[in-house]
Design a protein around this ligand. Sequence first.
Ligand code: F6P
Length: 540
Amino acid sequence: MTASLTALLKPLAERQQPLRQLFAAEPNRAARFSAKACGITLDFSKNLLDDSSWQTLQQLAAQSSIRQLCQQMQAGAAINNTEQRAVWHTRLRQQDLQDLRLNGEDIGAAISACRAQMATLIDQLHQGTYLGYSGKPITDLIWVGIGGSLLGPQMAVEALTPYHCSPVRLHFAGNIDGAIVSDLTKQLQPETTLVVVASKSFGTEETKQNALALRAWFSAQGADKAAIARHFWATSANVQAAAEFGIVPQHILPMWDWVGGRYSLWSAIGLPVALMIGNDGFNQLLAGAAAMDQHFFNAPFSENLPVILALLGIWYINGFGCQAQALLPYSHYLRLLPSYVQQLDMESNGKAVDRRGQPLSDVTAPVIWGDAGTNGQHAYHQLLHQSQLKIPADFLLPLKVAHPLQDHHQRLAAHCFAQTQALMQGKTEQEAYQECLAQGMTAQAAAELAPHKASPGNKPSNTLLLDELSPYHLGALIALYEHKVFCQGAIWQLNSFDQWGVELGKQLSTPIYQALKAQGDAQFDSSTAQLIALFRQQNR
Ligand code: F6P
C-alpha cells in the first residue's frame, strides 16, 4: 500500500485561503505563479495555493520517484513493468539518433529509416507520383485505426489546419460503426484511394473490421491481389499479421513495443500529420516535443511545466476530492485536444493498484472532459460557475492566430480571460444585490434575485498561452501533457504505460456477438440477456 496523499493533502486543502484573499494580499501573485517554456506560458496563479501548500507540493515532487523514473525511462529500463517494456516515445522526437541502442538493437537506425520511408511516401503523394492500379495519382487517403492509432493524428491534423498543404484528401475511419466506411466508399474511388491500416497490435477488432470492409470494397470494384497490395499500407508492430492481411513488407511502417499506443503520434502513426502539413512541418512538431522533453528533464521542479501541472492535478484530486478536470481550448483548431488528453490521462493513470499490484490508497486520474471555448460557455459553464462541484480547468489560448479576423481573436481572448477571472473571484450576494439596485430594481426584487445571481467563485484554473499554434508549439503542448501524466504516475507509484482495464469489455463482447448472431450457448445476466433479445427482435 502506498502512503496516502489524501491524508497528507486534505487537511492542508481545508485550511486553504480563498483565491480573492490570496490575490488581494499579494499584488505580484500572477508573476510569482507563472512559468514559461518552449513558447508556452503557464499562469497558475488562479489556483488554491499559498506558500505553505505550494511548498508541500514541491516537497512531494522532490521526494517522489519522478527523477529516478525519468532516468530509468531514458536508460531504456522496462518501466512498463507489467508488460516488461521500455518506454521510449521521447526517442522518436530526438534529433541526434547516433548510437541509440536498446537491448542490442540499433534503434537510432530504425527510427531514421522509418522517418525516411515516411518522407518518401509523403513526397510521392504530394507530387502525384504515387499511382494507383489504374495509373491515376492517389487523391484520397483513408487512415484506419482507433485509440492511440487515431486520436493523436486526428487531433494534430485538425489543430494544424492553417498549415495544410496536401493535394491528397485525408479521411479517418476509427469506430466499428459501419456508417463510417459505408459513407467513405460512397464518395471515393478505389483506384485513387490509399488505405493505411494503423494498428500497433494489428489485432484490434474495430481496425480489422474496417480494413476488411475496405479490402472487400476494392475487390468488389475489380481490384486484384496486386492492385490491393499497391493500395494498402500498414503501420504496425505485428508485421506477420499485417502481411497475412495482404500488405507487402515494403508497405509496412514499423512500430515498436517500446512505444505505447497513446504515445505513438511521434512514430509512423504521425503519417497523416506529415501528409497534411508536409515533412518539414512534421519535423517541427517533433522538434517542439523534443524541446519540451529537454525542459522536463532539466528544469528545476519549481519552474518545470509538466511537474507544476502534475502537482496541481494531484492537489485537487487528493486534497480537494475533485474528480473531474476540464480542458477548455479557446481555439477552434484545438477542439479535439480534450478527447486526445482523455485517452492519454485516463488510460494511463486510471488504475486501482500500484506498480507492485498493491491497492492504491488514493484516487488517481481525473475525468478529463471539455470542448472549445466559447461554445462551452453557452452550455456547461453554468455548472462550473455556480454548482457546488469544484472542477479545476485548464484554459488554453494561442496568442497569435493565422486568420485575419483580429477582432474575433480579441473577443475570444477576452472571454477566455474573463472566464478564469469569474471562476476565481465569483460574485458575492451583496455585489449581486447592489448590481440589481443599480439596474433600477426595487430593494425587494433585488434581494430576491441576488442569491440566484451570486457566484461562489474560488474555483481554480490554469491558463496556458501558446505563443502561436504552430507545429512546434503543438508538439511542445502534447509533450507537456504526456510528461504531466508521467509525473502523476510516478507520484501515485503506478504504471502509466499499461491498460489492462480495457480487456474485460473486449473479452465479454465475443460471446455477446455470438449470441446476437444466434450462435454459442453462453449464459448472461438478465439485463444483458434482455438487451440481446431486444436487439435480435429488430435484426432478424
Ligand atoms: O484498447 C485500448 C488500446 O489498446 C489502446 O491502448 C490503443 O491505443 C488502441 O487500443 C489501439 O490499439 P492498436 O494500435 O493495437 O490497434
